[in-house]
Design a protein around this ligand. Structure first.
Ligand SMILES: [Zn+2]
Length: 182
């Protein structure tokens, strides 16, 4: 019965191991430099000019410092509220990298991912999420409960890097909308 004794409690070790692996990875593939952020912001500035009706949500996924794909919200275009840029980008990256899990990838996005996108990020095992504008309390990935986080044995590192471009883009988007509907 020795085997079953050994197998009795394998989870904590596995957890420690994956935490250690995670930490090691953080030091290399998951670091981003300023040029990636600068490039993201520049591209976003460009896209926002042509955003039209869409919420200015722009997402990129990097795999080991290489840009895999980028997407803009397509909710209005497709008349479907699930077409958030994060979901589109994750789908695209999986197709390009031919993998179900994006464990070596970084997702960068203009606004903190909503709860729908948070679910997809968790299921896709994306280890690092960077966003340029926090969502309202209770509406974004950072508002997920501790129970949700602990029950998963996996949760991405969340990094908010506030940037004026994102703040201004959302501000003017909602200002324009208010005008339209008032
Ligand atoms: Zn979303």
């Amino acid at each position: 019965m020795r085997g079953s004794l050994n197998d009795k409690n394998p989870l904590p070790n596995q957890r420690n191991l994956s935490a250690r692996k995670h930490a090691e990875k953080e030091n290399s593939d998951l670091e981003i430099d300023d040029s990636i952020l600068r490039d993201f912001i520049q591209r976003m500035e460009n896209l926002v000019l042509h955003a039209g009706e869409e919420i200015p949500s722009f997402t990129r996924i990097y795999h080991k410092h290489e840009l895999v794909c980028e997407t803009f919200n397509e909710v209005e275009k497709n008349k479907d509220s699930s077409f958030h840029s994060e979901i589109l980008c994750i789908r695209d990256a999986k197709e390009k990298l031919k993998t179900r899990y994006l464990s070596d990838c970084i997702l960068i996005t203009s606004l903190e991912p909503c709860l729908m996108c948070a679910g997809t990020i968790l299921l896709s095992r994306i280890p690092k999420v960077i966003y340029l504008l926090p969502a309202k309390q209770g509406e974004g990935i950072s508002s997920l409960s501790i129970e949700t986080i602990y029950s998963r044995n996996f949760f991405p590192e969340l990094v908010c890097i506030p940037a004026e471009i994102s703040k201004n883009a959302f501000k003017s988007f909602f200002k324009a909308r208010r005008k339209k509907f008032n």
